[in-house]
Design a protein around this ligand. Structure first.
Ligand code: 76R
Length: 286
């Protein structure tokens, strides 16, 4: 290496531990999946086992009290994972520390991390703009631009979209029992490169996707979180349902939609049951 005049890194620009690392908008989201090391667990006395269950219980209660923080718990299907958490919290330092504490909460080597995903809530790039909505009002409803009716419709639209945008950035997670998580990327190969499509084409394709999605209203709640630059795929897809049949149904149906058929690549699927704190240990046989 040639002699450099660059000053060595100092800690001067690193913010103090109590300074916020909350993002400009949205929350950090962690999906955490663990296997239980049953041989490790079986070596503990029953008193120790109770202590460790209590430690996890207390930690979950504590984290759920943290401002703007949601922590969901899942008993996972198949030996792919036993326990899952989904954590939403604004500050990066909290997300980081909470994950470490969850991982060691039941003592060393009991919860073995086997998959995790880091993403952030985000607003959609493809929601309808007020201009586009105005166009629909003119062409489909025959309203005259500037008329009272037109202006009222636009004002209502703006209010609805503002609430909708907030719901995506600061969602309230449902307590629905069937949980499905998988990461997804838009393809970038040869003629099927999502990122070389112009915005209007992508917008139209996404409108088709959304139209299919809306048919599942009441059966599926979804949260799409962005992870470009943060994790291996570009989005985390989190689905909640009351019936496994609907998870299988929507994912199957989406496969025929061009956005998924032509442009989507998926990671592994994690399926779980959302459980109450007092149900977790019984459900996972601890
Ligand atoms: O803005 C909105 O949220 C409404 C329109 C909408 C967008 C922009 C929407 C609606 N989605 C959007 C974005 Mn979706 N979604 C998926 C999957 O398995 C598969 O094939 C795909 C996984 C499902 C099941 C699903 C469901 N969606 C996205 C994005 C970001 C893309 C980008 O920015 O380029 C991804 C990766 C993605 C994937 N989507 C809906 C649904 C459902 C059920 C809806 C209707 C929601 C509603 O109207 O309440």
């Amino acid at each position: 290496m040639s002699e450099s005049t660059t000053a060595p890194a100092t800690t001067d620009t690193i913010p103090e531990i109590d300074e916020s690392l909350a993002p400009a908008e949205g929350w950090h989201v962690l999906h955490l999946f663990y296997q239980i090391d049953r041989s490790q667990w079986s070596m503990l006395t029953s008193e120790e086992q109770v202590e460790r269950k209590t430690a996890l219980t207390r930690l979950v209660q504590e984290l759920r009290q943290h401002p703007n923080t949601q922590l969901l718990m899942f008993s996972m299907l198949t030996p792919r994972a036993d326990i899952g958490f989904m954590l939403l919290t604004p500050d990066l330092r909290d997300a980081n520390a909470f994950e470490k504490r969850l991982t060691i909460s039941m003592g060393p080597d009991v919860l073995v991390p086997i998959y995790s995903y880091f993403s952030m809530t985000e607003r959609s790039e493809y929601t309808t703009s007020a201009e586009q909505y105005g166009e629909t009002l003119r062409t489909e409803r025959g309203l005259v631009e500037g008329s009272d009716e037109f202006n009222t419709a636009i004002a209502e639209f703006n209010a609805r979209m503002e609430k909708y945008g907030k719901d995506r950035l600061y969602p309230n997670m449902p307590d629905w029992p069937v949980f499905c998580f998988y990461p997804m990327t838009k393809r970038r190969s040869g003629a099927d490169n999502w990122y070389s499509l112009d915005f209007e084409t992508r917008r139209q394709l996404m409108a088709g996707h959304a139209a299919i999605g809306r048919q599942w209203a009441g059966k599926i709640r979804q949260l799409i979180t962005g992870s470009t630059g943060l994790d291996d795929y570009e989005w985390g897809v989190t689905l909640f349902a009351k019936d496994t049949f609907d998870v299988k149904g929507i994912v199957y149906e989406m496969r025929f939609d061009e956005v998924s058929a032509r442009y989507a690549e998926f990671g592994d699927f994690y399926i779980g049951i959302q459980v109450r704190l007092q149900e977790l240990f019984q459900q996972v046989s601890l």
